[in-house]
Design a protein. Sequence first.
Length: 76
Amino acid sequence: MGPIKFTIVGNPGDLTVSQCTFCAHRSPDATTCKAFPKGIPARILMNEHDHTLPFEGDDGIRYTPVRLERAGKVPA
């Protein structure tokens, strides 16, 4: 997996991270996903709707957290 791109929403200084940032279904640019290939609804991007719950038009595809692999570090 490449670098994670963060999507910051809200007013400057709020630093609210969208739930979509860590979803396994998002596109690399984080504007679309498997549930919303034509664009993620603002209510989801802005965290106004918890997308672990159904949302009209998501075809049953919901937030699934990205599985981050541990960095392979050698013990000192």
